[in-house]
Design a protein around this ligand. Sequence first.
Ligand SMILES: *[C@@H]1O[C@H](CO)[C@@H](O)[C@H](O)[C@H]1NC(C)=O
Ligand SMILES: *[C@@H]1O[C@H](CO)[C@@H](O)[C@H](O)[C@H]1NC(C)=O
Ligand SMILES: *[C@@H]1O[C@H](CO)[C@@H](O)[C@H](O)[C@H]1NC(C)=O
Ligand SMILES: *[C@@H]1O[C@H](CO)[C@@H](O)[C@H](O)[C@H]1NC(C)=O
Ligand SMILES: *[C@@H]1O[C@H](CO)[C@@H](O)[C@H](O)[C@H]1NC(C)=O
Ligand SMILES: *[C@@H]1O[C@H](CO)[C@@H](O)[C@H](O)[C@H]1NC(C)=O
Ligand SMILES: *[C@@H]1O[C@H](CO)[C@@H](O)[C@H](O)[C@H]1NC(C)=O
Length: 447
Amino acid sequence: MTCLSFIFGLCLVAGVIGAPSGTHVAPIRSRGVTIGPGDVPNGSHVNSRKPITAPNKTNVTTKGPSDAPNGTHVTSEGPTVAPMGAPVAATGPSPVSNAPSPSPKEKQVRAFFVFGDSLVDNGNNNFLYTSARADTLPYGIDSPAHQPTGRFSNGLNIPDVISEYIGSEPLLPYLSPQLNDQKLLVGANFASAGIGILNDTGYQFMNVLRMPLQIEYFKEYQQRLSGVVGDKRAKQLVNQALLFISLGGNDFVNNYYLFPFSDRASQIKLHQYVPYLISEYRKILVQLYDLGARRVIVMGPGPLGCAPAERALHGINGECAPQLQNASILFESQLAQMTQDLNVKYGSNVFIGANAPRMHRDMISDPQSFGFVSSSTACCGQGPFNGIGLCTELSFLCNNRDEYVFWDAFHPSERASRLIVKKIMDGANEYMKPMNLSTIMYIDSYM
Ligand SMILES: *[C@@H]1O[C@H](CO)[C@@H](O)[C@H](O)[C@H]1NC(C)=O
Ligand SMILES: *[C@@H]1O[C@H](CO)[C@@H](O)[C@H](O)[C@H]1NC(C)=O
Ligand SMILES: *[C@@H]1O[C@H](CO)[C@@H](O)[C@H](O)[C@H]1NC(C)=O
Ligand SMILES: *[C@@H]1O[C@H](CO)[C@@H](O)[C@H](O)[C@H]1NC(C)=O
Ligand SMILES: *[C@@H]1O[C@H](CO)[C@@H](O)[C@H](O)[C@H]1NC(C)=O
Ligand SMILES: *[C@@H]1O[C@H](CO)[C@@H](O)[C@H](O)[C@H]1NC(C)=O
Ligand SMILES: *[C@@H]1O[C@H](CO)[C@@H](O)[C@H](O)[C@H]1NC(C)=O
């Protein structure tokens, strides 16, 4: 096993993480750094899976109502902007409202579905035998319960913040036993840390939910939902839902660039690999469309080369690592083209490209203007830029997580995630193509 961390997926270093206690696993040499078993705490205890600390429905965020984003007005005059933790209004009687003419959407908060990798996993891997997990402190240190949740964040992650904006309670991981009956109406999160577009990405993490399985589970979800609300309503709920998918980072970090001379990199050049990834990503999006998805925010890798891990290992003088930067920029432009081509094919703006490298760029180049003290050093880690190895209880941990763009060697802090979601909501065309989420919510409120 190796890496651990993937943010945008990635990994970096290797080490034995997650090997069951007592099992000897030879350290894997990855990208020039080797961490031996003794260096890493036993990350995943197969038999000690504690139940996921799903955020408490009634205590969803530590922030008071005044911190709630104001972006939710679009679909909802009034009562639908469910305060955090309000029960989903889906099945109850219509809220009594003073609004003159309630829109049909007021009856139900839009369902939300999430697919992809560690940037958006909210705990599925806690239920799996894998080394790709975030179930020990300091992960989750700033979550509502101050406990690890499986999110690769100090607190909330990007989908959680989107849930706040759409007025919904946070999603449950699909594997959570708590996901049943009325909870199904909220949606589900199918994402799994360590996975990529390709089936062989993240093989070292063993039992993770690769895309074919996430899609299988989405089908299974729909059958379960039909059992609760009937076929017609289930289909409608999916058609009207918002989807979010994050893929691609691990296909570079935990595949193409995993070893200095990986099989992939020796077989295929970057300028051929990227179009291959895009064509496979396209097939995944088509499957989601065929399963009823009609609004899908599509995100690729962030600025891979600027992650603290990459600066530490491949940056020259601490700059962003050029090879990985090139990879993510190349990927982003082809991803944007592919999603727009699909929209033409379907004659509708089903797929919305979220430009992840662009969203990070300002924060990374001028962290101070966003109130960060650093965009190059991770809050939690060790070595140069706190970018080597895993974030564990033994790591250096910054005092104020809000002052760091990167929480660990690859993943953004909650505060950085909030700024990213702000761009998803309100960003101009260079961030969100062909339109931002505020606009989508406005249009869809008249559907
Ligand atoms: C980690 O594994 C070692 C070797 O099996 C064991 O002695 C130790 O107790 C384990 N640590 C934890 C925290 O489980
Ligand atoms: C969730 O809330 C219930 C009731 O308030 C409480 O008993 C339970 O301990 C809470 N769970 C967590 C994880 O905080
Ligand atoms: C939301 O709106 C209220 C009143 O309009 C305002 O006081 C508050 O600062 C706003 N919050 C944000 C996050 O914009
Ligand atoms: C949830 O909120 C209640 C009341 O606001 C508080 O007493 C409780 O400690 C909170 N639980 C968590 C896990 O934050
Ligand atoms: C990945 O696996 C699925 C199902 O096993 C298969 O349909 C798909 O073609 C595979 N993708 C690639 C790129 O091999
Ligand atoms: C990155 O791309 C630039 C411009 O295309 C090129 O000049 C440079 O050699 C590339 N760097 C690496 C490390 O691939
Ligand atoms: C994005 O959202 C804001 C409202 O939040 C809107 O004013 C703006 O025009 C939108 N930009 C684009 C390019 O859609």
